[in-house]
Design a protein around this ligand. Structure first.
Ligand SMILES: NC(=O)c1ccc[n+]([C@@H]2O[C@H](COP(=O)([O-])OP(=O)(O)OC[C@H]3O[C@@H](n4cnc5c(N)ncnc54)[C@H](O)[C@@H]3O)[C@@H](O)[C@H]2O)c1
Length: 339
């Protein structure tokens, strides 16, 4: 299989590249990545030594770059996106550009090159929040509530439209919140781990009772491989563990694993429009033979250990751009929390 992996230098994409090289001995991978603030070629350092992967720096919104990268590829998996909800609240323009227009450019290239599979990597956030005890299923109406989620929903709809109109063999995986190695430290779990390692406060939005289904990234990669092998074009597959946890519980577990006191938690002003709960029904992906293999506590402990062992990696991520973002996002909130 010759596979185009867009966004392969990001968190899930780089884990997927590693997984694919192990899973398919005969595969050839082309990674196309713009290397935005969250993309990092160092995430692929070990894979670059493997002659089966080549890296191209380029933008999925650029039809020329995409045409060059997709040549000879029989399948595409699209991880490339702007991905952080808080950044989409500050400025949504890059989200619309990459997550919708970039997806359209890729789908157009998939059509012209008659690829055999196109996987759109999407999120449970497109369904919006859902109250207990309901779960979102694949045929539910989309009710995205953040600019990030709305952009991802736009990409999903474009993929389905290209399947219906042009027969592009596109299918969608909608996963819950991922965690694991190489996650940029703006997201909740790596932010809290790296803050805890530095004995800095953990800014927890609102009452911390928002619930998320935490999926180990390795389990997500297995599910996506299965979709490439056996998923049905035109279909949507939810991917999650079926267990939701409040954010405050995750924060306390991280502090315990790092060996810091719960008093480091600061309840700060909530994110506007913060969804209280996501929960997925995952019968379709389970019917394909997938189930999550990673135990949450074990995978979280391994993730903490990975950040401990990769101090230089996350300190490089938390450079000047990150410091400016963090100050904008949290300084006032942390000051208000102290007052
Ligand atoms: N992280 C999660 O919990 C989660 C859950 C469900 C779905 N997803 C989806 O999975 C995908 C990957 O998420 P992630 O957490 O790895 O994100 P990430 O931010 O770590 O990585 C995104 C990657 O895309 C690249 N990129 C951004 N814009 C690009 C462009 N215009 N052209 C080419 N490359 C570009 C970046 O350089 C980066 O390498 C996204 O589509 C996201 O919506 C993420």
């Amino acid at each position: 299989m010759q596979l185009l992996v867009t966004g392969g230098a990001g968190f899930i994409g780089s884990n997927f590249v590693r997984h694919a090289l192990n899973r398919w001995p005969d595969c050839r991978l082309t990674v196309l990545d713009k290397l935005t603030y969250s993309g990092n070629r160092a995430n692929l350092a070990d894979c670059e030594a493997d002659g089966r992967m080549r890296f191209i720096k380029g933008d999925i919104c650029d039809p020329v770059a995409v045409a060059g990268a997709i040549r000879n590829c029989s399948a595409v998996i699209n991880f490339a996106a702007e991905t952080h909800v808080d950044r989409s609240i500050r400025d949504s323009s890059d989200f619309v550009r990459t997550d919708i227009e970039g997806t359209r450019v890729l789908l157009e290239a998939a059509r012209v090159n008659q690829v055999e599979r196109y996987i759109q990597v999407s999120t449970d956030e497109v369904y919006g929040e859902i109250a207990h005890p309901a779960r979102s299923s694949e045929h539910d109406v989309l009710r995205p509530r953040s600019p990030y989620a709305a952009s991802k929903a736009g990409g999903d709809l474009m993929a389905l439209a290209y399947h219906t109109t042009h027969g592009v063999p596109a299918l969608i995986g909608r996963a819950s919140n991922n965690f694991g190695p190489y996650q940029f430290p703006e997201k909740l779990i790596p932010l809290f781990i790296t803050n805890a390692l530095q004995e800095a406060p953990l800014p927890l939005y609102g009452d911390g009772r928002q619930e998320r289904d935490w999926l180990a990234v390795e389990d997500h990669c297995v599910a996506l491989s299965l979709l490439l092998e056996r998923g049905e074009p035109g279909q949507i597959y939810n991917i999650g563990t079926g267990v939701e946890r409040p954010n405050i519980d995750v924060a306390e577990r991280i502090l315990n694993l790092v060996g810091r006191p719960p008093s480091l938690i600061r309840h700060v002003t909530d994110r506007p429009g913060h969804d209280r709960r996501y929960a997925l029904s995952c019968d379709k992906i389970r019917a394909l033979g997938w189930s999550p293999r990673q135990d949450f506590d074990t995978a979280l402990a391994e993730t903490v250990q990975w950040y401990r062992s990769n101090d230089a990696w996350w300190r490089a991520c938390r450079g000047d751009e990150f410091a400016a973002y963090y100050a904008q996002q949290y300084d006032q909130r942390l000051q208000d929390a102290r007052a």
